[in-house]
Ligand binder design. Structure first.
Ligand code: PRT
Ligand code: MG
Length: 225
């Protein structure tokens, strides 16, 4: 990748939408709308800055292995990425900023008619379906609850309704999705927000381009880089 181009990895939807105002604060305007454009590489008003659109879960991978210099992804995505990363070429990610956007929480939810508290009290073995296997494993291990984890890639809410699992670990923001599926939140595991991630070598080699963006983002979110 060219030393004079800066590539920012974003995912479509809330991450893209909520990052736009921060980019604007850094003087960067994305010139195409990902919802209408079919392009995966979006130009900006700055000839030296471009945005690449990737799956939310692929943002850390793009940044870590050099497909992008920096990116924005949820803390949920980052934790799971770090739990499986570590193979050859693993360089890690610099995480200078909590952007405070795309906020939600990661929680345990069960069917409204499932008595989670007494299952836990009685030491029952729980079947838990989730996309967040690493977080779920740590959380239940910390509570001393035995679980069988079932990895899913989406529609976690369906698992307790079909008998696939007793509980799910999923993201909740308004709680409307749980309610619409007769599920209830029984534990809050952690608060989630999106983070800026930077490739350490990019920060070194492209500091003059990256630092002003970090500073503008930090000022826009009201913290220090
Ligand atoms: O959709 P895709 O499989 O490509 O990836 P993704 O689902 O990871 O991407 P996306 O864009 O949906 O989410 C990107 C990031 O936004 C996540 O990694 C989180 O950090 C953050 N975020 C914030 C959320 C939510 N809020 C959220 N509510 N991600 C997902 N949800 C889902 C949740 O999984 C559940 O299905 O929304 C539903 C619950 O919402 P409520 O409002 O009904 O409670
Ligand atoms: Mg999604």
């Amino acid at each position: 990748m060219s030393a004079d181009t800066l590539t920012l990895a974003l995912s479509k939807g809330r991450i893209f939408d909520e990052t736009l105002p921060l980019l604007r604060a850094a003087g960067i305007e994305v010139l195409e709308d990902p919802e209408t454009s079919r392009k995966l590489i979006l130009p900006t008003n700055r000839p030296d800055v471009r945005v690449v659109l990737v799956r939310a879960t692929d943002v850390p991978t793009y940044v870590e292995y050099g497909g992008a210099d920096l990116g924005v992804c949820g803390k949920d995505t980052l934790i799971e990425h770090q739990a499986v990363a570590g193979g050859p070429g693993h360089v890690g990610l610099y995480q200078p900023l909590d952007l405070g956007i795309a906020r939600c929480r990661m929680s345990v939810a069960v069917r409204a008619d499932f008595d989670y508290a007494s299952a836990v009290r009685q030491g029952a073995r729980l079947r838990v379906a989730t996309k967040y296997v690493a977080v779920a494993r740590d959380f239940f291990a910390g509570k001393g609850v035995h679980v069988d984890l079932i990895k899913l890639y989406g529609s976690m809410e369906l698992a307790p309704l079909t008998g696939l699992a007793d509980a799910i670990v999923d993201l909740v923001s308004t709680g409307n999705t749980l309610k619409a599926n007769q599920l209830v939140e029984v534990e809050r595991i952690m608060d989630i927000s999106a983070r800026l991630v930077v490739r350490p070598v990019a920060l070194k080699l492209k500091r003059v381009r990256i630092q002003p963006i970090l500073d503008a983002f930090a000022q826009a979110v009201g913290t220090r880089a």
